[in-house]
Design a protein around this ligand. Structure first.
Ligand SMILES: NC(=O)c1ccc[n+]([C@@H]2O[C@H](COP(=O)([O-])OP(=O)(O)OC[C@H]3O[C@@H](n4cnc5c(N)ncnc54)[C@H](OP(=O)(O)O)[C@@H]3O)[C@@H](O)[C@H]2O)c1
Length: 275
C-alpha cells in the first residue's frame, strides 16, 4: 500500500493544511506502518504537500520512493491546467528537487492532461524532455500518468517505464487494457482516485455501509470492513502490480486504509463485485 499526498493541502488542494500537526502525523505514521511509496506533486498546494513531506520525513528512509509528477500547473485561482513545454517541465522538476531537498527524484510521472491541454507540445516531445531530465540525473526513473494504451506503447518503445498512474477502481474500470498491459510487463500501477471515483459511489458510508443492492457495502459488511477498505482490497486482488495510493488527511483513515493490505477477499466477494 502506498500513500497519496494530494489531500494534505487545504480545500481544493490549495493552500496550507487545515490541521498541520495532523498532516505531519499522517506522513510519519504512513512510513512507520511500512508505506514506502508516496505520490506527490509540486502543484499540490502549491508546494504544500512537498513541504510537509520534507518536514515530516527528512532525512528520508533509504528505501522510501517519492513519486512526483510533471505536466500540470495551477492558476492563481487554483484552477488546473496542462504544462508540458520544456520550460514548464524543467521548472517543475527544479521546484520538486528544491522543496523536497533531493539531488535526484526517484520516480517522476509525466502527467498527460490531454492533447488539448498540451499547448501544441506532442506527447513524444514531452517524453523526450523527461528523458533529458533523466540523462541529467535529476530524475532516476520515468513513469506515466493519465495515458492511453497507445501512449504507453509509444513510451515503451523508447524507454523502460517505472510505473503508470491512471484512474481506476471497482466502480470505474475503463482503464483495464492499460492495467492488463502493466500486469503483463510487470509495471507497477498506481490507481488514482481509488476511493473517490473508483469506490462505487464513494467511501463516505464509513464502516460497513448499507448492504442490499450495493455490492461494495455487502462485501464490506461480510468482513466487518469499511467501504474504503473493501475498495482497496478489491484493487489489490485485481493485479500483482497494483499499488494503491489512497489519499487522506487523517491518521485514523490512513491506518484503516493500510490495514486493507492484509484483507483477502474470497472468490464469492470478487464475483459479487463484478470480478
Ligand atoms: N496522477 C494523477 O494525475 C493523480 C490525480 C489525482 C490523484 N492522484 C494521487 O492519487 C492519490 C489518491 O487520490 P485522492 O487522494 O484524490 O482520492 P482517494 O484516495 O480516492 O480518496 C481520498 C478521499 O477519500 C477520503 N478518505 C480517505 N480514506 C478514507 C477512509 N478510510 N474512509 C473515508 N474516507 C476516506 C479522504 O478524506 P480524508 O482526508 O477526510 O480522509 C479524501 O477526501 C492522491 O492523493 C494523489 O497523490 C494522482
Amino acid at each position: 500500500m502506498g500513500y497519496g499526498a494530494m489531500r494534505l493541502p487545504g480545500p481544493g488542494v490549495w493552500g496550507p493544511p487545515g490541521d498541520r500537526t495532523e498532516a505531519l502525523a499522517v506522513l510519519r505514521r504512513a512510513v512507520e506502518l511500512g508505506v514506502r511509496v508516496i505520490d506527490t506533486a509540486w502543484y499540490y498546494g502549491l508546494d504544500v504537500a512537498n513541504e510537509l513531506i520534507a518536514e515530516a520525513l527528512r532525512p528520508y528512509p533509504e528505501d522510501l520512493v517519492l513519486v512526483t509528477k510533471l505536466g500540470g500547473a495551477r492558476g492563481d485561482d487554483g484552477s488546473w491546467y496542462g504544462a508540458v513545454s520544456d520550460a514548464e517541465l524543467r521548472a517543475g522538476c527544479e521546484r520538486d528537487l528544491r522543496v523536497l531537498g533531493l539531488d535526484s527524484i526517484p520516480v517522476v510521472h509525466l502527467r498527460w492532461m490531454g492533447d488539448q491541454a498540451a499547448g501544441g507540445t506532442s506527447f513524444a516531445h514531452a517524453l523526450g524532455t523527461m528523458l533529458d531530465l533523466r540523462a541529467e540525473g535529476k530524475v532516476q526513473r520515468i513513469g506515466l500518468s493519465n495515458v492511453t494504451l497507445d501512449q504507453l506503447e509509444d513510451a515503451l518503445a523508447v524507454t523502460d517505464v517505472a510505473s503508470v498512474s491512471n484512474q481506476y477502481g471497482v466502480g470505474l474500470r475503463d482503464d483495464q487494457p492499460v492495467l492488463d498491459r502493466c500486469t503483463a510487463a510487470g509495471i507497477p500501477y498506481l490507481p488514482f482516485f481509488p476511493l473517490v471515483a473508483g469506490g462505487a459511489g464513494g467511501v463516505a458510508g464509513g464502516a460497513g455501509g448499507v448492504a442490499g443492492d450495493d455490492p461494495l457495502a455487502t462485501v464490506a459488511a461480510r468482513h466487518g470492513l469499511s467501504r474504503a477498505q473493501t475498495a482497496l482490497a478489491w484493487l489489490l486482488a485485481r493485479s500483482p502490480v497494483m499499488l494503491p495510493i489512497p489519499g487522506t488527511s487523517r491518521v485514523a483513515h490512513l491506518e484503516e486504509n493500510i490495514a486493507a493490505a492484509s484483507v483477502r477477499l474470497t472468490g464469492d466477494d470478487l464475483a459479487l463485485l463484478g470480478g
